[in-house]
Design a protein around this ligand. Structure first.
Ligand code: ATP
Ligand code: MG
Length: 329
């Protein structure tokens, strides 16, 4: 086995230089006139059992990355390995089988649950689809799942609209768990919920992770949410992963000027700890026409002349701490 093959099989998931572009069409014939480079270059690996937090501002490509990694979307370029196996171009039955191991939890628990289906059917549907027994036999299992995520047993006979946002997200989580997946990609699972119920749902996810031996890719735009959940964190900017580090490391010693700005914006509960807030100038450029060189350079407070020429690569600066910035090359 080569070192590269070994790396791939040691991680539950390994993503190499992933790109996902959406075509832009225009004109009378709706010809392709360009690309939205929603994910322009992402390399990351997930260790078994860890929680990896993926953060970045709205529109930076987090959801696209999540859906491409889970193969809900077809990648434009790059490679994805799951348990050492190349899943980049899986189709048909093989892709269907992969779905048992990789599940998603979505941001809006109302839009992602079929309003016409009883909760019992919503949660058992994946089990039925994959022929894991008849609906009646599965009832006990689904009841167990419902109680496990903190819902009353009679939830089985109710409809999504009869529940609050937090409870609906619990239904979504029970459904995602039904097939006992190995990886769950949770795309902003608490962003749509009241602050008061956010931490309850986050705690539930943490508990379930231990109990079900899950690996979690946790997507959020809010660094403070990710901090408490994640073992490691990846920061995205305009379709690129700009920094990856252990959660503590990232907070204590952020390397990328963008990460430094994000962290300086987190409110400090203790006013004596106040540090200078870094205000970024300008807006995030369009992913249809990203800047040449470093994608962050037009807004970067530490920009250097060479930043508009050369695109930096993600490089290790400390053990397990990688950053893509010419300041460190
Ligand atoms: N189906 C699509 N077709 C064309 N462009 C798209 C499509 N979906 C997303 N985009 C664009 O791709 C970019 C990345 O979008 P994405 O939804 O992945 O970002 P995000 O980080 O999840 O944002 P948010 O925090 O708002 O959820 C955005 O510029 C978005 O407008
Ligand atoms: Mg999103």
């Amino acid at each position: 086995m080569t070192q590269q093959q070994k790396d791939r099989s040691e991680h539950l998931l390994k993503v190499e230089e992933l790109k996902k572009y959406y075509p832009v069409r225009g004109g009378f014939f709706r010809r392709k006139i360009g690309d939205v480079k929603a994910v322009d270059n992402i390399s990351l690996d997930l260790k078994r059992g860890e929680t990896f937090g993926l953060v970045g501002e709205s529109g930076c490509g987090k959801s696209t990355a999540g859906r491409t990694i889970t193969r809900l979307f077809k990648p434009t370029e790059g490679k994805i390995f799951f348990e050492g196996k190349d899943i980049t171009n899986l189709r048909g039955t093989q892709l269907r089988n992969l779905r048992q191991d990789i599940q998603m939890v979505f941001q809006d628990p109302y839009a992602s649950l079929n309003p016409k289906m009883m909760v019992g059917s919503i949660v058992s549907e994946p089990l039925v689809n994959y022929g894991k027994g008849s609906e009646s036999k599965l009832k006990d299992e689904v009841m167990n799942l419902l109680t496990r995520v903190g819902l009353p047993e009679d939830a089985y006979y109710k409809y999504p609209h009869e529940f609050s946002g937090g409870q609906r997200q619990r239904i979504g989580i029970a459904r995602a768990l039904a097939l006992k997946p190995k990886l769950i990609v949770a795309d902003e699972p608490v962003s749509a919920l009241d602050v008061s119920v956010q931490s309850q749902v986050l705690n539930l996810l943490k508990e379930l992770q231990d109990e079900f031996d899950l690996t979690l890719l946790f997507i959020a735009h809010d660094l403070s949410v990710v901090k408490h959940m994640s073992d490691r964190i990846g920061v995205m900017y305009l379709g690129n992963l700009v920094e990856v580090a252990d959660a503590d490391d990232l907070y204590r010693d952020p390397k990328h000027p963008y990460t430094q700005a994000l962290i300086s914006a987190i409110p400090q509960p203790d006013p004596r700890n106040k540090s200078e807030r870094i205000i970024l100038s300008g807006d995030v450029p369009s992913p249809q026409n990203p800047p040449v060189g470093c994608p962050f350079h037009p807004r970067c407070p530490k920009v250097m002349p060479e930043c508009s020429g050369k695109k930096p690569q993600l490089k290790e600066v400390n053990k397990e701490h990688r950053v893509s910035c010419l300041l460190y090359e």
